[in-house]
Ligand binder design. Sequence first.
Ligand code: DI6
Ligand code: FE
Length: 412
Amino acid sequence: MAQQYSASDHIWTNARIATLDPAIGTEYGLLNNHALVVRDGRIVALAPCCDPDLASFPGELTDCQGGLITPGFIDCHTHLIYGGNRAADFVQRMRGVPYQEIARAGGGILSTVKATRALSEEQLFLKARPRLLALMHEGCTTVEIKSGYGLTVRDELKMLRVARRLGRELAVRVVATLLAAHAVPPEYRGRGDAYVDLICAELIPRVAAEGLADAVDVFCETIAFTVKQAERLLASAREHGLGIKMHAEQLSASGSAALAASYGAWSADHLEYLDEDGLVAMRASGTVATLLPGALYFLRESRTPPVAKLREYGIRMALATDLNPGTSPFASIRLMMNMGCLLLGLTPEEALAAVTRNAAAALGCGDRLGSLAVGKEADLLLWNLEDPAQLLCEIGIGTPSRRVVRGEAGDA
Ligand code: DI6
Ligand code: FE
């Protein structure tokens, strides 16, 4: 049946479209000489430019002049709201002091907590905004942002309100995640269980009722929360209808990935120490493996996540910046694709899928975002590039010439 187009539709024509849709069957789901039509923020057609239905298109037309269109990038794991900086930790680490030791001595996460608590909501917003803009400038159209540097009811809510405000005021979709279980706060030292009680009894219900977060995350690690504590938090998150994510198997093997999978987590993140049980559980639940090469590079960890096994088990892999002051101070999703290939052994095609299609799944929105197909939301980028692999082999060269979120075009 012939498509009917209207004056309010927008066509992007003369493009090479890397759809990242596996149904297309080509590398990157690439379609040459194609056009894409957007209506009310959604893709309503993807067709060859010569399609007769497109001949007298009545709406707005953008001639891409042979340029490359990709889905908008999705950074599915960041901690970009924080006060202060951790340059002093870096200097100490360069003298040979390990990250865990700095953390135990009150540096690390807790020093950022102190600096974050000291800032007002407005001040925190102004600190976070340029970090988010840097990601957007490179092509991110969706960014997940975690709390976790407040660790009191008041300060965690403050961080989440900043995340929501960033999403309202900037041309980017923000997914907000409650990570109150990032570290045991100083006030609860030696009383981790009591802090978990507080999160389950007060924070999770309140955040769910006020719509301040989409998901709950837990840092399950020897220097943070045990698997038993994590389980109570995940049960509470599930009870309140929130999505589930987990910092799992980063610095030691704990069984946290299998636990996350058993709660139907959207993603388990880091995974340097992921074992066979974790792999089996993640395959069964469809949980995405989010790999964070920036953190392992910055911490000079030699152990990398088991990419060959993840591939063998058919577990989807995402890549994200983990943007945070202590272990991955990098506001560049393209650098993560580059590291994903060079440090973790992903193929260029896997790396691009890892910041689009699979990153969308890691945020529970794989049905709406992450690839370019009819019915999906129109978040896309136009690039003046010959080869999609330039997106990950070149860093700091070129930005998208157009960046479109919900069908709305803006300059990049
Ligand atoms: N894992 C990480 O790599 C970051 N948080 C987490 O749970 C570290 C955050 C920091 O050091 O400030
Ligand atoms: Fe993290």
